[in-house]
Design a protein around this ligand. Structure first.
Ligand code: BES
Ligand code: MN
Ligand code: ZN
Length: 500
């Protein structure tokens, strides 16, 4: 089982207990209250740094057991990385500090820790980032691991007290940021869960739980979708014993009557490829093919938990892509809700079929200010961008600029890809209006062109998160398979541009 984490704040004046943590910037000694503690130990800074090679870089640590002169039984001096007289660092560097702090405390097997944060640049918002990093790094997906035999294997809980200049203001900032962290952790959990546990109905149930936070949740079942003409979405789920669902989540924190922002997610709870079945190697990763829907659900959680002053609608299409005697076949032609006919060339190009109807429905029912969809849509985006950027496809330079900026600010980065008439031509079909697969060339772009056929005069962006949603490298703030990509990004987009 995962250890429990609790984070509190206290004034700098309170005597710290447990494992004590102070910081030293790159090339500098501890400052403020940290300097006082260091002085009390009587240890010579110059000798220690010369003997250890400690420079104050992020990730470096000096570890003293039973130091004299102070009450703590262990003193950790962590490098804070920023040069002593350097420029302000990016917000994400503060989050990384929190992640690194968590790693050091876990490595020290600490159960209670006191962290002295006394530096002029440590504003409440930045301290809230440290707490965010702590919590994001602490997350593990291990509920299917049997409990270890050795009862001493790992402390059961970690309580961290941050000693700061202004605890009251800091607590408010921490609570606000925690809402977004909770959204990210929810998205991670949904992506990490295996498909036998998280099917379409189970996912819909988890989304319905957002009602407790004040989100209005509506769920459409198969007959309702059939009545609406959502045959593109429905042809994907028809081969699975698990029924499809379309979940609509509304957070109305803004002015009554203001058009909402809309987010649409691909929620393929498992993608076998269908009749165009995928090869066995790596197919287990396709439990994460609902990463777009997870991000939208996590975002709705974040917005409601922090009572964001904005109207937002989240729509997720939940299906399972299975081969069976009832499954859609290559060559089949279906009519989408928009009236567009689609020739299904490859049943493994299913995400775009789901999104075609979800996007059309969302723009017509809600008349949103903009629409952003997230989808683990193409292997080709992995070939192009790897894991470090998600692909951005858009009909709006303004929305693109805002998304790119939010990506840099949140650390969930995007890279804009081209679209245009020449690519659109590639999805023309011999027998229907369009086809769902256009061959190997420009695979991510032709997928985006397909989606664009279901978007009219609304600013729209498609984020292809096939590389970003799972299987990413471990970093300072995530060691889990699924980073929860998209929640922090879209929360940042909304905070910076659409809240009054
Ligand atoms: N879910 C996959 C895309 C994917 C691949 C996501 C790897 C994450 C990791 C999607 O449904 C798919 O199978 N796309 C096909 C499209 C092709 C048949 C036109 C692909 O990318 O190969
Ligand atoms: Mn597929
Ligand atoms: Zn898929």
């Amino acid at each position: 089982m995962s250890a429990r984490l609790e984070v509190k704040t206290a004034p700098l004046s309170v005597t710290p207990t447990g494992t004590l943590v102070i910081y030293a910037a790159d090339g500098a000694q501890p400052e403020g209250a940290g300097a006082t503690i260091w002085a009390a130990t009587g240890i010579d800074w110059t000798k220690v740094t010369a003997a250890s090679g400690f420079k104050g870089k992020q990730g470096q640590v000096l570890d003293f057991l039973t130091p004299t002169g102070i009450s703590a039984d262990r003193l950790l001096v962590l490098g804070s990385g920023k040069p002593a007289d350097g420029e302000a660092i990016a917000t994400t560097a503060w989050t990384d500090r929190g992640g690194s702090l968590c790693a050091k405390l876990m490595a020290a097997r600490a159960e209670t820790a006191a962290v002295i944060i006394d530096s002029p640049d440590a504003t409440p918002a930045r301290i809230a980032e440290i707490v965010a990093g702590l919590r994001l790094r602490h997350y593990r997906f291990d509920h299917y691991k049997s409990a270890k035999k050795d009862p001493d294997a790992e402390p059961k809980s970690l309580t961290v007290t941050l000693h700061v200049a202004d605890p009251a203001t800091t607590d408010t900032a921490i609570a606000d940021r925690a809402a977004t962290v909770d959204g990210t952790l929810l998205a991670r959990e949904l992506v990490n869960e295996p498909a036998n546990v998280l099917g379409t109905l189970e996912f819909a149930e988890r989304a319905a739980k957002l009602a407790a936070l004040g989100v209005e949740v509506e769920t459409l079942d198969e007959p309702q979708m059939r009545d609406l003409g959502m045959n593109a979405l429905l042809c994907v789920s028809q081969g699975s014993a698990r029924p499809p669902r379309l979940v609509i989540m509304r957070w109305n924190g803004g002015k009554k009557g203001d058009a909402p922002l809309a987010f649409v997610g691909k929620g393929v709870v498992f993608d076998t490829g269908g009749i165009s079945i995928k090869p066995a190697g790596g197919m287990e990763d396709m439990k994460g093919d609902m990463g777009g829907a997870a991000a939208v659900t996590g975002l709705m959680h974040a917005l409601a938990a922090r009572k964001a002053p904005v109207n937002v609608v989240g729509v997720i299409g939940l299906v399972e892509n299975m081969p069976s005697d009832r499954a859609v076949r290559p060559g089949d032609i279906v009519k989408a809700m928009s009236g567009t006919t689609i020739e299904v060339i490859n049943t493994d190009a299913e995400g775009r079929l789901v999104l075609a109807d979800a996007l059309w429905y969302t723009q017509h029912r809600f008349k949103p200010r903009f629409m952003v969809n997230l989808a683990t849509l193409t292997g080709a985006i992995l070939a192009a961008l790897g894991h470090d950027h998600a692909g951005l496809f858009s009909n709006s330079d303004d929305l693109s600029a805002k998304l790119l900026a939010a990506g840099l600010a949140s650390g969930e980065k995007l890279w804009r890809m081209p679209m245009g008439a020449a690519y659109d031509k590639m999805i023309e079909s011999r027998f229907a209006d369009i086809k769902n697969s256009a061959g190997r060339h420009a695979g991510s772009i032709t997928a985006a062109q397909f989606l664009a056929r279901f978007v009219n005069d609304v600013p729209w962006a498609h984020l292809d998160i096939a590389g970003a949603a799972f299987g990413t490298n471990a970093n300072e703030i995530n060691t889990s398979w699924a980073p929860g990509f998209g929640v922090a990004l879209l929360d940042r987009l909304i905070r910076d541009n659409y809240e009054t």
